[in-house]
Design a protein around this ligand. Sequence first.
Ligand SMILES: Nc1ncnc2c1ncn2[C@@H]1O[C@H](COP(=O)(O)OP(=O)(O)OP(=O)(O)O)[C@@H](O)[C@H]1O
Length: 229
Amino acid sequence: MTALLELSGIAKVLTGQGQPRPILTGVDLTVHTGQSVAILGRSGSGKSTLLSLIGLFDRPDGGRYLLAGEDITTVSERRAARLRSERFGFVFQRFFLLKHLTAAQNVAMALVNGQGWLPRRSRRATVMAALDQMGIAHLAKHKPTRLSGGEQQRVAIARALVRRPQVLLADEPTGALDTETGSLVIDALHAATERGCGLVLVTHDQAHAARMGRVLRLVDGALVQEVRR
Ligand SMILES: Nc1ncnc2c1ncn2[C@@H]1O[C@H](COP(=O)(O)OP(=O)(O)OP(=O)(O)O)[C@@H](O)[C@H]1O
């Protein structure tokens, strides 16, 4: 079966103010439909750099990246933008919800695309289905200020899922939440994988990582399998 994501020998050198630094030296990662992977690693090890390469915000300096069998290692920015909006959903530590809009309107914002808005009725049904999948359909009319951190993050996940991405990329999505609330957010991410999404979760939380199908650690620029205890 063709993998959803297949990265082999991915390398990335970052140039800040000083000497160029190799951050990733040979990352191999394969994710199939419905699979979940956690990536652990000390601060500065390159986890966010890796996620930004997977999400096509940046390109690698070496290696090969296949998305559903298509070689996108050196894809143009134009094609990357299209793939980002059609194939990927993104969830971050900060929720980035618009405060003056309701939960449903925040999710609906993700449906704006080159072809304009979906017809009103199908838009509403699509948005409500995404909120329902996250267990927060009853909060559709609430503005973010009336929602808890965990609820806001679930709105953000609904927004990431509403276009039915193949891959969900989550960078520290529980970083701003207490353990219990974070666990609800992990439940929500699991619900996405049950619908066939591939999930790559960057986290510092060992307990949340342990709930993923595989746990990998970024060490010296490469991913190594974490030994389960
Ligand atoms: N644009 C850049 N130019 C140069 N160096 C960078 C750039 N972006 C990040 N870095 C450096 O690359 C390294 C990896 O950063 P990255 O954010 O990927 O790590 P991380 O594992 O996600 O860290 P954290 O867990 O703290 O979020 C860090 O040392 C960082 O300072």
